[in-house]
Structure formats: structure tokens, C-alpha cells
Write a protein of this length. Structure first.
Length: 605
């Protein structure tokens, strides 16, 4: 599978693979066999081989390295779309899988057993994913599509450092790689046209203005100049002038022409060939592709029909809770009328971007002293609240989170979307802050970066159902943390949970049941207070990220199920801080392994 963070956990078990003297390494890659032979103990083999895997794959995934605090590859943007790169990735996965299969799993225990299962499972998943042509759909309208993400990096609103001349030189070199990548994207999308693997028409229509925004007659108007202008006092005059000239040349002679070629292709060739269908079921082998994405994103063996029904059931349950909140506020109308009241009454909306950002800063300040009531381990890293860059805000979600630098040089960033004031209601502020910041994504990811004692591959691992499941579970902790005392803020919590429940219905509807974009939009508008602009953005996100939206509610339901199980079994012996430590402090786990871990704890207690 052509993915990045998922691959990182893969190599951990391998090290243990050679922990017994009877291991047959004749079929193992000679370099790996040598590493196995040199290590004196099983633990040493595990660490050595894991580190070897990381060293081999990080240059291929330099953005991962950047977010992990490893700046050695800040000059790289590999051509991940080329046939050679893809073939090399499959070869790497195959050779590590061959090695891990030499391990006697029965001889492992504890964390080593978790590492083995994670490693082998991720390798197998990568190879299974190679059956699907992800490389033919390299671009979309989402905020993290490479053409948008590159501008975040270069614009100084993400992890790319711009502290000295070397940093700027690194990015100039990275930009040259990105230009090659963009041209390869056009080649691959042209191949996708021939193979009937193309994006839906609304997705392409949303991309065109994003690309158009990067076509500058005056190169100095590019967002890429922002970090250079801000760093003028840090640079010598000679370096500043040299870099200013180099940036001007980059934007004027290479980057803008590359974006122009892409725009022309999208407008003249790709848009006419784009599809009127909206789900993966319409693509060649699309049913199987979507089933693979369900398994990848949820880490569970679930069918689309099961997930769809769970979503319908959850929507009905949450609607009933919202009716109770409406009665608590004194509202006497129907659920639909309550939704309309919340959508239209000015009291629920901010008047400016500044007010939105100030509200999130206020939640941050209130939350900090409350965390110790439920957590014994608090992350060292801080986070800051920022708006999305204007050129990206229209297609961005309501909020997102960028992790801190692992070395502590940069805090995390909580991006709030201030593009549409009606898209950021006041009643959603507490919940969204809890989800994206503390104790949600910022909390979980920062602790993951600070873990000591596990193989690197465990702390660098990623599962969407774990990360997003945790963030949604964290929302449910709001009352225990002293939030949601205002019934409208508690409605905000229910509204956010309703949003994730609707995702189960809509994602499976689009990709497994033949729903159109319009059907999905109508369903979400009828069942929530969401603004149309947000609904359209979300539905288009589901269209191009099949299965990803399933991970939130699936992960939350599993974590809540495990908490309920532990509380029931342990009674007065249940300790919430220990439970949270078990989830957070051993690195991300696929949900089946997380369940095994919690049940082992309960049994031992």
C-alpha cells in the first residue's frame, strides 16, 4: 500500500524474529540476516532490525521523518508516484515479511508479542494494498492533498523549519522534487483516464481554484515568501538576497509553470473525463478496494452493511439525547425546529475570526488545570491555535491538528477554520477543542512522541481508528473534566458525535450502496445543524478518502466498550488514570490488540 505512517510499525517484530538460535535465515535478505546474526539477545535483535527498517524507509517518507523530529531529509520530496518507487516499496515490504516469518511467535510474550503482531500485520497490509492503484488518484481537493500540503510546508504553517539559510536551501531542493512529483501526477492521472480510475467531477471542480491560486504573475506574492520575509532579521543580507533570488526563480520558472501545466490538464483533459459517479464501487475492482479501505481504517473485520446499520442506530440514539437537551433549554418545538433554531439564531455564532480564535484560546486555558483529574501523565509539548491559510480554508475541515516537533522546537498547531463564521458555532467550541487539542489529538500524539522504552517503530506507528477513536472518546470525557455545564455546549458534544455517526451512514452509502453526492448532502442536512458549506466539504472528503471517516466512531465505540467492560469487571478496583495510561502509553495499537491488552489487564487485576 502506498501509504506512509502505517508502514512504520511494521519492522518491530522482525527483530525478535531471530531471537532463537534455530532460526533459518537462508531466505532472508543478507543485510537483515547479518543484523540478526550480530545481535546477542532477542531484545537486541528486535531493536536492531526495527531501527534498520526505520533507517531504510524514512528517506522514502521524509515528511514522516520531519514530523517525527528527524530533519535529515528536509530537502527531499521523492517521486512516490513513479513505478520504480512503488516497486521498491513492495520489495522492501516483501523482504521484511520474509524475515518476520522466520520468527517463532510462540516464543514471544508481553510487548514483544504486540510488536510482532503489529509488524507482521502491517507488512501484510502494505502488500495487500499494492493490488489497488492508489497512484492513479494522486490529487484531490482535501486540505492534505499534496498540492495543498506542500504550500502549507513552504508557507511556514506546518512542520518545515525556516530558522536559518540551510533550512531555506533545504526547502528549495524539496520544491524541485515536488515539481517532478506534480508532473508525474499528470502522467498518472492521464493513465487513470485510460483505466477508468478517475476522481468524481465535483472533486475536480473544487481542485481547479486551488491550483489557480498558485499561478502568480508576481512570484513574490506566493505564500512561499512568507517564511523568508519573516526570517529577514535572522539571515545575513547576503543570504537573504541570494535566497530571495532563488525563491523568485523557483516560483517564476519552475513552480508556477508546473501548477499551470496541472491546471491546463485538469481543465482541458481530466475534468471532461471525470466521473459522474461518486463512490469507489463505480471504479474497477471498487467493491474489493472499499472493503480493503474499511479494514485498513477500522483495523476490524466489519462489513459495509454492519457499519451502515450501526450508524443508523447511533443517529437515532443521539437524536433522542438531543431532544432531551432541547427540553432542558425550554425549547418546545420538534427536533427539526430545534435544529433550525440553532442554525439561524445569531446568538450561536461569532462575528469575527478573532472571536473564534479567542474562544479556542479560552478553552485551552480552562482545560490545562483539569487534566490531572483523569490523567497521571500530561504531555510536555504545548500547542497553539491558528487559522487556516486563506487559500486553503474553503476546502479545509472545521479544524485539524499538526503535531509538535519531537525535539520540542515547535509546538503543535490546532488549525481552526474561520472561512465561514456559520461553520464555527459557539456551541461547538468546547468539543472541537477537546477533540483536536487536549485531551484529544494533541494529548495523544504528544505523549506518543514522548514515550521512552519502546522500540522506535512502536512510538512512530499510526492507526486511524486508534487516533481518531481516542479523540472522539476524549470528547465524552468533557463532563468529567468540568466542561459541558451549559446545555448548549453539551448539545455541541452530541452534535459532534452525531456528525461521526452520520459518517458511518454516508461513507458506506456513497461507496457501497450507490448513494450520490446529493443524497449524502441531503441526509446530513436533514439530520443535523451543519452548514451546507461544511456538509459539501465533508461529503467530498468522504468521496476521496473511502473508509477514513469510519474510523472515528468505530474507534470510540470500541474504547467506550472496553472502559465499560473494565469498570464492570473491576468495580471499585477500576482506576480511570490507569485505564487511560494503558491506552496511551504503549504507542498506538490496532483495535483488536488494544482489546486484548485491556482484557489482559483486567484478568491480571
Amino acid at each position: 500500500m502506498k501509504k506512509s505512517l502505517i508502514t512504520l510499525a511494521v519492522c518491530a517484530s522482525l527483530l525478535q524474529a531471530c531471537s532463537t538460535s534455530s532460526v533459518n535465515t537462508t531466505a532472508v535478505d543478507p543485510t537483515l540476516a547479518g543484523i540478526m546474526a550480530e545481535a546477542k539477545t532477542a531484545d537486541a535483535r528486535l531493536v536492531a532490525l526495527t531501527d534498520q527498517y526505520i533507517e531504510e524507509t524514512l528517506p522514502r517518507e521524509p515528511i514522516n521523518a520531519l514530523f517525527l523530529g528527524d530533519n535529515r531529509f528536509n530537502h527531499l520530496w521523492p517521486n512516490t508516484l513513479s513505478a520504480e518507487f512503488i516497486a521498491e516499496g513492495e520489495a522492501i515490504s516483501s523482504k521484511y515479511l520474509t524475515a518476520v516469518k522466520q520468527i517463532d511467535r510462540a516464543s514471544l510474550k508481553g510487548q514483544d508479542l504486540y510488536t510482532y503482531d503489529i509488524f507482521k500485520g502491517n507488512l501484510e497490509q502494505q502488500l495487500e494494498g499494492s493490488a489497488y492503484p492508489f497512484e492513479l488518484l494522486p490529487l484531490n481537493q482535501f486540505i492534505f492533498s499534496p498540492h495543498n500540503f506542500f504550500m502549507q510546508l513552504g508557507g511556514g504553517v506546518s512542520a518545515q523549519p525556516f530558522n536559518n539559510a540551510k533550512d531555506f536551501d533545504n526547502f528549495l531542493q524539496r520544491a524541485d522534487g515536488f515539481v517532478i512529483w506534480l508532473d508525474q501526477a499528470v502522467i498518472n492521472m492521464r493513465k487513470g483516464i485510460d483505466m477508468n480510475v478517475v476522481q468524481p467531477r465535483p472533486v475536480v471542480e473544487s481542485m481547479l481554484p486551488q491550483i489557480q491560486a498558485q499561478l502568480h504573475e508576481d512570484p513574490t506574492q506566493s505564500d512561499l515568501f512568507a517564511p523568508l520575509n519573516q526570517a529577514k532579521d535572522k539571515l545575513s543580507e547576503q543570504d537573504y538576497q541570494r535566497l530571495h533570488s532563488a525563491y523568485t526563480e523557483l516560483v517564476d520558472e519552475r513552480l508556477t509553470p508546473a501548477f499551470a501545466r496541472l491546471h491546463t490538464f485538469l481543465e482541458q483533459e481530466y475534468l471532461p473525463a471525470s466521473r459522474d459517479s461518486h463512490g469507489y464501487s463505480a471504479l474497477p475492482n471498487g467493491k474489493s478496494w472499499y472493503e480493503f479501505m474499511i479494514k485498513t481504517n477500522t483495523t476490524l473485520e466489519l462489513s459495509a452493511d454492519e457499519i451502515h446499520q450501526t450508524g443508523l442506530d447511533e443517529v437515532a440514539r443521539i437524536h433522542n439525547e438531543i431532544r432531551e437537551v432541547a427540553r432542558e433549554t425550554g425549547f418546545e418545538g420538534s427536533l427539526e425546529e430545534f435544529f433550525e433554531f440553532l442554525k439561524t439564531d445569531p446568538q450561536f455564532y461569532f462575528d469575527s475570526e478573532e472571536e473564534i480564535l479567542a474562544a479556542y484560546e479560552a478553552v485551552k486555558e480552562r482545560m490545562a488545570p483539569k487534566l490531572e483529574t483523569l490523567f497521571s501523565k500530561i504531555p510536555k509539548a504545548d500547542y497553539m491555535v491558528r487559522p487556516y491559510p486563506p487559500s486553503q480554508a474553503k476546502s479545509a475541515p472545521g479544524a485539524s491538528y499538526t503535531p509538535p516537533a519531537k525535539d520540542g522546537s515547535r509546538p503543535g498547531i490546532f488549525f481552526a477554520n474561520t472561512y465561514n463564521l456559520k461553520g464555527q458555532p459557539k456551541y461547538g467550541v468546547e468539543t472541537l477543542s477537546i477533540h483536536e487539542a487536549s485531551p484529544g489529538h494533541h494529548f495523544q500524539i504528544s505523549l506518543q512522541q514522548e514515550i521512552e522504552g519502546l522500540p522506535k517503530i512502536r512510538s512512530q506507528n499510526f492507526y486511524t481508528a486508534y487516533a481518531e477513536g481516542w479523540a472522539l472518546y476524549a470528547e465524552s470525557l468533557g463532563k468529567e473534566l468540568g466542561f459541558f455545564t451549559d446545555p448548549y455546549q453539551y448539545y455541541g458534544k452530541l452534535d459532534a458525535e452525531l456528525f461521526r455517526a452520520m459518517r458511518l451512514v454516508v461513507d458506506t452509502g456513497i461507496h457501497a450502496k450507490g448513494w450520490s453526492r446529493e443524497q449524502a448532502i441531503d441526509y446530513m442536512l436533514a439530520n443535523s445543524t451543519m452548514a451546507r458549506s461544511d456538509v459539501e466539504s465533508e461529503v467530498e472528503r468522504y468521496m476521496i478518502m473511502p473508509g477514513q471517516a469510519l474510523s472515528y466512531k468505530t474507534g470510540q465505540l470500541k474504547m467506550q466498550e472496553l472502559r465499560d467492560y473494565a469498570e464492570q469487571k473491576l468495580g471499585e478496583r477500576f482506576d480511570i488514570k490507569t485505564f487511560h495510561n494503558l491506552i496511551l502509553l504503549d504507542g498506538p495499537l490496532p483495535l483488536p490488540l488494544l482489546e486484548r491488552k485491556i482484557k489482559e489487564w483486567v484478568a491480571s487485576a
